[in-house]
Design a protein around this ligand. Sequence first.
Ligand code: HEM
Ligand code: NAG
Ligand code: NAG
Length: 323
Amino acid sequence: MKAAVRNQSLVVALLVLLLSVSVKSQLTSDFYGTTCPNLLQIVRKEVRNAIKFEMRMAASLLRLHFHDCFVDGCDASILLDGTDAEKSAFANLNSARGFEVLDSVKNAVERACSGVVSCADIIAISARDAVVLSGGPSWKVLLGRRDGKVSNQTTANSALTTPFETVDQLTAKFAAVGLDTTDLVSLSGAHTIGLAKCSSFSHRLFNFSQTGAPDTTLETEMLRDLQSQCPLNGDTEKTVVFDRNSADLFDNHYFKNLVNGKGLLQTDQELFSATTTKSLVQSYSEDINLFFNDFRNSMIKMGNISPLTGSEGEIRKNCRVIN
Ligand code: HEM
Ligand SMILES: *[C@@H]1O[C@H](CO)[C@@H](O)[C@H](O)[C@H]1NC(C)=O
Ligand SMILES: *[C@@H]1O[C@H](CO)[C@@H](O)[C@H](O)[C@H]1NC(C)=O
């Protein structure tokens, strides 16, 4: 091949590559720079108000982003109402919360810039703001997601994690959406804020795995306290804080707790038993900056799970129903 011809085919190949890249557009932090310039201030204000009213809401909003992204990507499918929608999956039913808050964030955004900003982006920004307002790290949220038109309970049941799994099972569910072991451990640090129901961990308290005794990895004093808060035949809907050290503060106490046998969920404590995750738990417990850096990176990765972009999906007017 003559050099000129080779150069020409190289140029053509490059053009084709550039075209295919621009067809599947990437998320960018200034996506609404001209179409909704005050977006971030509007969301921050609404989230701040909601958290002022109820501190737990920070945790609930953060969890919604996780549960949205793990099921068919970050497409606000978790917000859709409907009998067989994601909202009725095991992990969400009577547990996922914050929907009314996202309604008011969306309404405030619509008043300023109508029909422009997706519900999926609103969840992602709200989750970041929830972390920041709880004392955690900040990051630039990448934007440009569009909203999905499908919400499937069955898909959610297989994609979402349960508190009864092994670290290998959790790792597989994270891998299924492109997240690795570091993401699993750093993102689990979200359990430094928020609450869980007795039903999420009470199997550890009396007759764990049919051993006839409580989970031996659970520290004794905390065990006694949880047994009295969640007695046999008691109210399984009662809630208990994840981090008894600093319940509402986003810090690295979650990891310090695990090192001390004070993880609330079986799946939390397992991260300090499994050989694949133990040393990272130890590191995060000793170095809050390492945890914050990894958490920030993992949140951006999680926010990038299969977004709809370009002309895919739609921009919902009401986050609960497709247009
Ligand atoms: C690694 C696997 C995970 C499992 C098995 C798990 C499981 C759970 C369970 C069982 C609850 C309590 C639900 C209830 O009792 O109503 C919970 C709450 C929570 N989860 Fe996770 N989770 C995991 C990962 C994550 C991730 C990756 C995040 C976010 C980045 C997250 C954020 C939260 C938050 C903030 C709460 C408290 C919510 C509230 O108070 O409303 N979790 N999780
Ligand atoms: C939901 O997804 C499952 C498999 O993931 C599929 O079999 C089912 O038909 C879907 N349901 C609806 C209503 O689309
Ligand atoms: C624990 O559970 C197993 C299986 O359900 C049962 O056979 C056993 O008797 C229980 N042990 C105690 C001490 O309750």
